[in-house]
Ligand binder design. Sequence first.
Ligand SMILES: [Zn+2]
Length: 118
Amino acid sequence: MREGYKSVLEFLEADLEIEGDQEHLYNQLAAGTKDAKVRESFQHLARAAKGHKAAIERIIRDIESDDHDVGFYCLMCGWDINFGKMPSVGNEERCPLCCQKFALVDVDNDYAIKSLPQ
Ligand SMILES: [Zn+2]
């Protein structure tokens, strides 16, 4: 499900395209050089871009299959607040460190949090 992740998925999909372009470019540059050390460097960069692509694809797959925790940093102290997998908008969680209470909200198809009165 993509609900709540509009901007995150747009960013990840754009980054996926960039990594794919980089992998292609580095492979072309590796194939176009006669210098073994330069070719090895481009091949290393191509493998890195391929690895980044695989990691980004895994995150997108986890989000789309609801196998991804919805988490935020506490607006008061910066600690992690975890709403778990497949939360509902309106769910409430307390910061485990400072105990501030937050509600999960939706802002234009992006999850966000709103501080609640104590
Ligand atoms: Zn906190």
